[in-house]
Design a protein around this ligand. Structure first.
Ligand SMILES: *[C@@H]1O[C@H](CO)[C@@H](O)[C@H](O)[C@H]1NC(C)=O
Ligand SMILES: *[C@@H]1O[C@H](CO)[C@@H](O)[C@H](O)[C@H]1NC(C)=O
Ligand SMILES: *[C@@H]1O[C@H](CO)[C@@H](O)[C@H](O)[C@H]1NC(C)=O
Ligand SMILES: *[C@@H]1O[C@H](CO)[C@@H](O)[C@H](O)[C@H]1NC(C)=O
Length: 479
């Protein structure tokens, strides 16, 4: 276990260095607080340093294991090989310890046909129809990690494709390793009073601030949130600091998207009574920092996104759900009511001020998850995903040794499913030119095409021969 900790510390140092490098030079972080995504990118920086890390760490392993990392590859074959087909980790080869089980994790595709290769690991956003590991043998498990928005790869969200996988880790509570709370560090962070601005001060601040704040830089995503907010703005004041519908500027030093998790930024938005917390896509259990951040800061989220959000609220009075209002006009009038009525507003803050979380599903999920969020003392969810697959692979190895029938695992459609994007239809007196067009022109057709892609992909994979992207596209556009 000690070497895992030391590896984590080492990875942490690298992450810090790499993060600074990224922020300063690359500006790759496009959206609010995408820490996890950033972590993935950073992990590829480990690659060049890998060998040094291993020579320090490997003492607890038997001699043949040590050989894995030298020129000599004798040791490959002593442990099941789990091959990352998406080079997410950037690791050319590492022995990972998962409880009592050891697996060899690698991105080295030349091990595709190795007899010990038991599973292929895919990262959803990078899942590419080109060069899939086909033909697939009966003992080749496929495992999918996809915690991100469907907008990053719609074809995975259809039954023909998601059911290709044996093991899943997605934002859905139904997946084998549910990542629904991937943006929530802990119960303590949720209860924390650190940023809470008392209502009296918020009322004073209302002289120069709107009741609502909106900060979004990924404009016109599939959820059509900007259309809603645009309409809402005709009924109630909204301070909008991001690229989308901007009407107010952040201080100079906070303008980079990388500062979305900076203390200064938190202090600014914590002054508001309400935050418009709108996801970029509408899927059950797809819940991001947009929802948790206001709750952490002591601001009431006005939430639009996961239809099942009620299952995840800290208490039954902790957020305002857009879906409960027929029109933005009604939502605006409800917010006004809360803005004028301090007692009513405080009913939404009671759980926070008392530190009472009454939602048992939320508490249990946080307590039982086997991974941490921005916590170097715990595995992250990539480690947890690797270990879930390693554990399943070992389960079958043991059954096989005893001559028992093997276990079967298969993803269900609901492990990753989102409805087709829809546009808001308001009877706005002034039709706004151009607005909503990206949704109608891009997201809806792209979702529809993704259904054809999913069918074509399924057919090609079931045929169990490798195929080229030309073959794939020819099939997609055939009908
Ligand atoms: C990939 O694996 C092959 C076969 O074991 C080995 O010869 C090669 O050096 C490995 N490549 C890397 C980059 O580790
Ligand atoms: C919210 O929860 C409280 C106590 O947990 C309960 O008394 C109240 O009826 C609930 N309200 C709603 C609207 O469900
Ligand atoms: C994995 O899925 C494939 C395709 O559905 C299936 O043939 C295979 O038996 C599954 N493996 C396990 C271990 O469940
Ligand atoms: C399929 O794989 C074989 C052997 O690796 C290769 O020669 C062939 O070009 C591949 N075919 C396609 C369509 O990618």
């Amino acid at each position: 276990m000690a070497w895992i900790q030391s590896r984590k510390l080492w990875v942490f140092c690298l992450c810090v260095t790499a993060t600074v490098f990224l922020i300063v030079t690359l500006q790759v972080v496009v959206e609010l607080g995408k820490f996890e995504r950033k972590k993935f990118k950073d992990s590829s920086f480990q690659d060049g340093l890998y060998v040094e890390e291993k020579t320090m760490d490997l003492n607890p392993f038997p001699q043949e294991a040590l050989a894995l990392h030298g020129k000599n590859t004798l040791g490959v074959g002593s442990y099941p090989i789990l091959l990352w087909w998406s080079p997410l980790t950037g690791e050319t080869g590492r022995l990972g310890q998962c409880g009592a089980d050891t697996c060899f994790f690698t991105i080295n595709r030349s091990l595709q046909h190795h007899r010990m290769t038991k599973a292929f690991l895919f990262y959803g956003t990078d899942f590419n129809v080109d060069s899939l590991p086909l033909p697939r043998s009966a003992h080749h498990d496929w495992a999918l990690l996809h915690e991100e928005s469907p907008k990053n790869n719609y074809k995975l969200f259809h039954k023909p494709v998601i059911t290709l996988f044996n093991h899943t880790a997605t934002f859905s509570r139904h997946s084998h390793l549910p990542l629904t709370t991937q943006y929530l560090e802990s119960v303590e962070v949720l209860k924390s009073q650190r940023y809470v601005v008392p209502l009296k001060s918020k009322n004073n601040l209302r002289k120069r601030l709107a009741p609502l704040v909106y900060v979004q830089s990924d404009c016109d995503p599939p959820s059509d949130r900007d259309s809603y907010v645009r309409e809402l703005m005709t009924y109630i004041e909204v301070d909008s600091y991001g690229e989308c519908l901007r009407n107010k500027d952040l201080p100079e030093q906070l303008r980079s998207p990388a500062t979305m998790d900076a203390d200064g930024f938190y202090r600014i938005i914590a002054q508001y009574k309400f935050i418009l917390a709108f996801e970029n896509a509408v899927c059950d259990d797809y819940i991001t920092e947009k929802f948790w951040r206001p709750l952490k800061l002591g601001v009431v989220p006005v939430y639009y996104g996961s239809p099942s959000i009620s299952d995840w609220l800290p208490s039954n009075r902790s957020a305002i759900l857009v879906s409960e209002f027929a029109h933005p006009k009604e939502l605006a009038s409800f917010i006004r009511q809360l803005d004028y009525d301090d007692q009513l507003y405080e009913t939404y803050m009671e759980w926070k001020l008392k530190g009472e979380i009454s939602n048992h599903r939320l508490l249990t999920t946080l307590r039982e998850r086997k991974w941490g969020v921005q916590d170097i003392t715990q595995d992250n969810y990539i480690d947890a995903f690797e270990c879930m697959v390693c554990g399943k692979v070992w389960e079958n190895i043991r059954l096989q040794k005893q001559g028992l029938p093997l276990k079967r695992w298969k993803a269900e459609a609901m492990h990753l499913s989102c409805p087709e994007p829809t546009t808001f239809t308001f009877s706005s007196p002034v039709p706004l030119a151009g607005h909503g067009s990206s949704l109608r022109e891009i997201w809806i057709p792209s979702f529809q095409q993704s259904k054809r892609e999913a069918q074509a992909l399924r057919w090609l994979v079931d045929r169990n021969k490798n195929f080229s992207s030309q073959e794939f596209w020819a099939l997609v556009f055939k009908a």
